[in-house]
Design a protein around this ligand. Structure first.
Ligand SMILES: [Zn+2]
Length: 275
């Protein structure tokens, strides 16, 4: 999960969709999103049509259906706009190639500005499949009911089930209910964290999934991460310290431990090393 600058988003498109046709959209309303985009309800759409036209935009999309702004009057009466409607602003359509790099970056910047930090990429050559990129770190599922936008800076406490900030509110971070025989809390699947923080992933693994690794598995996983220069600047020190600790645990013969192993299940000797 990472945040994209316009340049970085352009690089992402070039690396993943070279030669393909893309349509870049700025979401104006996204059902289920916590983030307030331009519209706090799709029924407010008519109020912004004029200004979008004046700003030179040509097309909006309601539930994926394109509507030309100069034909808006015709559609206005036929449209039923509800909280479940998606509304996107068409920013640009282009084919990803080296000559269009500048145009691509400009369109992305424009989309981020109009979409309050969100860009929706419609993959024209893949039957209109869509993908979101966010300027702030976010995890946006294509299933919009799961769309989640992280607007705050992420902090370590968000990833701790011992903190009320991170703990799943249903099981209070316990992962289950001791009084019942059900070992897993259905809300968090036993992962003990709030859904929004479980949605934060690196290489498609959230922190709970990562902690199921044994010591050597975790070390190998960390060593396999390829970081961009920016990411390296941010993460290098912490990663170095984590690797040192993992290697220590391996050296003292505790490679069978998983990172999420409960302290109460450790033998006295093991407990000694961990502390
Ligand atoms: Zn729970």
């Amino acid at each position: 999960m990472i945040g994209y600058s316009p340049t970085r988003a352009a690089t992402y498109c070039t690396e993943n969709y070279a030669g393909e046709r893309l349509e870049l959209l700025a979401p104006l309303y996204l059902p289920g999103a916590e983030k307030i985009l331009l519209l706090d309800h799709p029924k407010h759409l008519p109020n912004v049509i004029e200004s979008l036209k004046q700003d030179g935009f040509v097309r909006i999309y309601v539930n994926g259906k394109g509507i030309r702004l100069d034909e808006w009057e015709e559609y206005a009466t036929k449209l039923t706009l509800s909280k479940k409607s998606n509304v996107d602003l068409g920013i640009d359509r282009l084919r990803v190639n080296p000559d269009e790099q500048k145009r691509l970056a400009e369109a992305i910047e424009n989309a981020f500005q109009r979409g309050h930090g969100l860009l929706k990429i419609c993959l024209t050559d893949h039957a209109g499949k869509t993908e979101f990129l966010s300027e702030t770190p976010a995890n946006v599922e294509s299933d919009l009911s799961l769309a989640f936008f992280q607007q705050e800076e992420l902090t370590p406490r968000m990833f701790s089930f011992n903190s009320h900030i991170g703990a799943c509110p249903t099981c209070d971070g316990l992962g289950g209910f001791p009084s019942l025989h059900d070992p897993l809390c259905t809300d968090c699947c036993g992962e003990r964290l709030k859904a929004e923080y479980r949605a934060v992933t690196i290489n498609e693994r959230n922190i709970s999934q990562f902690c199921q690794f044994t010591v050597p598995e975790a070390r190998r996983e960390l060593e396999s991460w390829t970081l961009t220069e920016n990411q390296r600047t941010v993460a290098e020190q912490a990663l170095g310290e984590i690797l040192t600790r993992l290697k220590f645990l391996e050296n003292v013969g505790l490679e069978y431990l998983t990172l999420d192993q409960k302290a109460s299940t450790l033998s006295g000797r093991t407990d000694f090393y961990i502390r």
